[in-house]
Design a protein around this ligand. Structure first.
Ligand code: CTP
Length: 438
């Protein structure tokens, strides 16, 4: 695998020489790009000797190879360690003032892992935290720093995780085997993205976020179907559950796209927002977003019908003509279409539907929900029992998660955040089952 190893200007740069060795011994082709400041801690000669490649931090070296474009394009994985506060800030701002930040901007779809190291105050500063949030919202995996002794007399969160831990997290993110080249790599050696990695005896455990490196699209809220320029047919969905899911997926390390129909709550920070109004707009946005999503969650309350005719002017009451009758036409079933598109393309994508059900004399909630799961053919169906005291807009929820893989139905209840966390946990578990080894 072609790896770009960016090195920031911090004292922990010396530990990255060991990380480089781990990559090369595992058979990877590594190009090191230190920042100007990094070369004051570890010289270019060290990086060249260990990587076997020329090393530069200037966009003006090797201009004939268009280095600042080529390195980013060719990289299959980019690892930045130590990611200093300055480097996180420059990357979050999209700056391109040296070869490393250029390369980060040029890296199209390859996974990017950043391992921060700095003093605790710098790490906890709202500016740094905002930059980390921005980077995570764009799909960059930013590891939590380890806790322990820092450069001076101080200690706290801010230590660079041990090279072995960064190596294992990077391999897990890229879906590559962890064992060095030549070693026997049986199925058990496949990396587990959900693995919790020990960073050494004196350091904190380093958790790789379960959805790191994945893109999750979530629809939320209720669609509105216009009748005329001032009126619409809508529903009572508040969007609270979809928003809680978006926050939970973001916290699990995913890049999150929220397709928001009408919602009574704001979108969470750190997610990409796509505003929609009608079912047809949501369909277009969902099909577009699904094309590069690993997970799609349809939590929106989509109107099953829309007015057959939309008046271009306000419909007036008139004494000389009969009162209008609204005829409706069926909206496409977006969830079903997403499944069909995925299956036609044989894509590896997990699709989750929601269903609001009531029981009646002919069947109970679970029977109806299981029939819906079979009909819609999504992977998971999150079932709400509606009616009685269960109303839209509440802050709590109680659901049963049904799986097409046949595993036991799972109940989850509590605040909408609790339910969202349970759904995201379940998605992580299903993904570790369905994603084939690289
Ligand atoms: N859904 C969709 N497109 C529609 C309608 C619904 O994608 N036109 C999705 C919803 O986002 C949700 C699931 O399908 O994930 C709900 O299915 P639906 O059949 O609408 O469930 P109910 O509203 O419970 O409908 P029914 O009246 O068929 O029981």
């Amino acid at each position: 695998m072609r790896i770009v190893l960016g090195v920031g200007g911090g004292i922990a740069a010396y530990k990255v020489a060991s990380l480089l060795r781990l990559f090369t011994e595992a058979g990877h082709d590594v190009t090191v790009i230190p920042t100007e400041a990094a070369t004051r801690f570890v010289g270019v000669a060290t990086w060249e000797a260990l990587s076997g490649h020329p090393v530069s931090n200037s966009v003006f070296d090797e201009v004939h190879t268009v280095n600042h474009v080529r390195l980013g394009h060719e990289a299959e994985l980019i690892v930045v360690a130590p990611a200093t506060a300055d480097l996180l800030a420059r990357s979050a701002a999209g700056q391109a003032n040296d070869l490393l930040t250029n390369t980060l901007l040029m890296a199209g779809g390859c996974p990017v892992l950043m391992a921060p190291a700095m003093h605790t105050e710098m790490w906890q500063h709202p500016a740094t935290q905002a930059n980390v949030e921005t980077l995570r919202s764009r799909g960059v995996t930013v590891l939590e720093p380890a806790t322990g002794r820092l450069t001076g007399a101080d200690s706290g969160p801010g230590r660079l995780p041990e090279p072995e831990a960064i190596f294992t997290a990077a391999m897990a993110l890229a879906g590559a085997p962890v064992a060095p080249a030549g070693a026997s790599v049986g199925p058990a050696a496949e990396p587990d993205v959900n693995a919790v990695l020990a960073t050494g005896p004196s350091a904190e455990p380093l958790a790789v976020p379960p959805l790191a490196g994945l893109t999750v699209t979530i629809s939320a809220g209720g669609t509105r179907e216009p009748l005329d320029p001032v009126r619409f047919l809508g529903n009572r969905s508040s969007g609270k559950q979809g928003v809680a899911l978006a926050a939970a997926a973001r916290d699990a390390g995913a890049r999150v796209r929220l397709l928001a129909a009408h919602m009574e709550v704001p979108a969470p920070a750190g997610v990409e927002l796509v505003q929609v109004e009608t079912a047809l707009e949501l369909r277009k946005a969902a099909l577009h977003a699904a094309a590069d999503s690993d997970v799609v969650i349809m939590a929106a309350a989509v109107a099953d019908f829309r007015p057959a005719d939309v008046s271009g002017t306000k419909i007036k009451k008139r004494d000389d003509v009969a009162d209008p009758v609204i005829s409706l036409v069926r909206n496409p079933d977006i969830l079903q279409e997403l499944v069909e598109v995925r299956d036609a393309a044989s894509r590896n994508q997990l699709i989750v539907g929601f269903a609001a059900e009531t029981g009646d004399a002919e069947g109970d909630v679970l029977e109806y929900a299981e029939a819906k799961l079979r009909r819609k053919a999504c992977d998971l169906l999150v079932v709400n029992q509606v009616g009685k005291d269960r109303v839209f807009g509440e802050d709590t929820n109680s659901v049963v998660i049904l799986s097409r893989s046949g595993s036991e139905p799972q109940e989850a209840s509590g605040s909408k955040s609790d339910v969202a966390a349970a759904v995201i946990d379940r998605i992580s578990a299903e993904l570790s089952r369905v994603v084939p080894p690289a």
